[in-house]
Ligand binder design. Structure first.
Ligand code: FAD
Length: 428
């Protein structure tokens, strides 16, 4: 009888488990950490509920939003806002609720911080990419794409580069233009609501892992947290998954760990040696989240505000979004120069950055810096992302690093988990 072991309870593993639960296929999620969610999880710090990383979703994250709605149908744990990008004191783009690309064109026509030449250049970029099928040149970086399409400095600084860093966590000079154009295609040029900003109104545990765990265990799944998988061995009829508690016999394995740890589990599987070696060549980039607690009255001008004067690129008003009044969360993506900086110094820098834009900001009462050194892989041209199917027919790979049009995002993770679950279902 089919029994799948899912190694890793991040969003990829949970998406696989929920899909198998819907099909009534027995499965066990083995998660090394005490809690589910992986890189997008709740963390409790000094009695405050925070997220391991501040996340932005967009309406084009179709499968992620469907998964969240499926496991928690009662109330959407997020706020959807028609695309609005605000760069403090410099730029504001607010797109009305019209079909693409009219919404963007209308938004550009009334954008603040661009002149008419900038607006035409941005419109020309989107219309040109649409006509060309959103195809980049081989090996092209985002910077080279913006150069080739003659994007003025303000468009780059306020629009394309912030979107590139937020979506790909990779600086434009290195980022893969093709993956960037996929995000533009599905986000800015997608169907109704695809470009909406989707901002969580709960912590990341409540958004998916908690309701997903209830959904899975009420159906055909079992969840074991604090259960570290050490190795996978083949048996006559499937696999033996050796973990910190025991050995689990199963017919299928969905390996849904982060890429840095996947290869170490396959030491006894020579068929996967080349795959393990290729994962070792992945390069990672950090993301730093800085939380600053001010008095409850402190608000940002929008729930999410961008900055071009560093160190953070975006700040979120957790009061407006999650009811955590006075708590500002700031995020610095592709933060190669910040990830080794002392937390107190970085928090002071971000406080100073906010102070330049918010008059009369009081001294913060509390702060916390959370650094993820391996937040995502560096999304550079020519990356070989492994397919979900491996050389072993019943051992599948899920995770944001596996083959996808999308960069390392929740949507790439969720889609990969669903693909793996369907492969198990097809093999029943
Ligand atoms: C700070 C930060 C900000 C981000 N911002 C955004 C954003 O704004 N928008 C967006 O879409 N994405 C964002 N991302 C990326 C997003 O969080 C990831 O793409 C996604 O969470 C990856 O999910 P995953 O399931 O593939 O991997 P993970 O979340 O890494 O899950 C893998 C799981 O496997 C477990 N595991 C590993 N080894 C073992 C083992 N041996 N045995 C058992 N379990 C094991 C781990 O503990 C983990 O829970 C951000 C990431 C970070 C870190």
């Amino acid at each position: 009888m089919t029994h799948a072991a899912i190694i890793g309870g991040g969003w990829a593993g949970l998406a696989a488990a929920v899909t198998l639960a819907d099909a009534g296929i027995p499965h066990t999620v083995l998660e090394a950490a005490k809690s589910l969610g992986g890189r997008a999880r709740r963390v409790d710090v000094d009695g405050r509920v925070l997220d391991n990383g501040l996340h932005i979703l967009i309406g084009a994250y179709r499968e992620t939003l469907a998964l969240v709605r499926k496991v928690a149908p009662a109330a959407a744990p997020y706020r959807r806002l028609p695309l609005t990008l605000e760069i403090a004191g410099r730029f504001r783009l607010s797109c009305p609720n019209l079909p693409a690309p009219l919404h963007l064109l209308a938004g550009l026509a009334r954008a603040r911080g661009l002149d008419w030449a900038d607006r035409f250049a941005a419109a020309r970029f989107m219309i040109g990419q649409r006509a060309a099928g959103f195809r980049a040149r081989a090996g092209e970086t985002v910077e080279a794409l913006l150069e080739r399409t003659r994007q003025p400095q303000r468009n780059r600084a306020f629009l394309w580069e912030p979107l590139c860093i937020a979506a790909l966590n990779t600086p434009p000079a290195e980022a893969d233009a093709q993956v960037f154009l996929h995000v533009m295609r599905d986000g800015l040029n997608g169907g109704a609501g695809a470009s909406d900003l989707v901002l969580p109104t709960t912590d990341f545990g409540a958004m998916l892992p908690d309701p997903a765990a209830a959904y899975i265990t009420a159906r055909s799944g079992t969840i074991r947290t604090g259960c570290m998988v050490k190795s996978i061995a083949r048996t006559g009829s499937g696999f033996l998954v050796r973990n910190s508690e025991d050995e689990l016999a199963c017919t299928h394995v969905i390996c849904a760990t982060d890429p840095a740890r996947a290869g170490s589990l396959w030491r006894e599987l020579p068929e996967l040696a080349a795959l393990a070696a290729s994962l070792e060549t992945l390069r990672y980039l950090p993301i730093v989240s800085v939380y600053l607690q001010y008095t409850a009255a402190v608000r940002l001008s929008s729930p999410m505000v961008g900055f071009v004067d560093g160190p953070a690129q975006w700040a979120f008003d957790r009061g407006a979004l999650c009811g955590q009044h006075g708590l500002i969360g700031a995020v610095a993506s592709a933060a190669v120069d910040l990830d080794r900086m002392a937390g107190d110094a970085l928090a002071a820098d971000v406080d100073n950055q906010l102070r330049r834009h918010i008059p009369h900001l009081p001294v913060p009462e509390w702060h916390r810096v959370i650094t993820e050194r391996r937040a995502t892989f560096a999304c550079v041209p020519g990356m070989a992302r492994p397919p979900q199917r491996t050389a072993l027919p019943r051992l599948l790979l899920a995770g944001d690093y596996t083959a996808s049009d999308y960069p390392a995002t929740l949507e790439a993770a969720v889609r990969s988990g669903i693909v793996c679950a369907h492969a198990v279902m097809a093999d029943r």
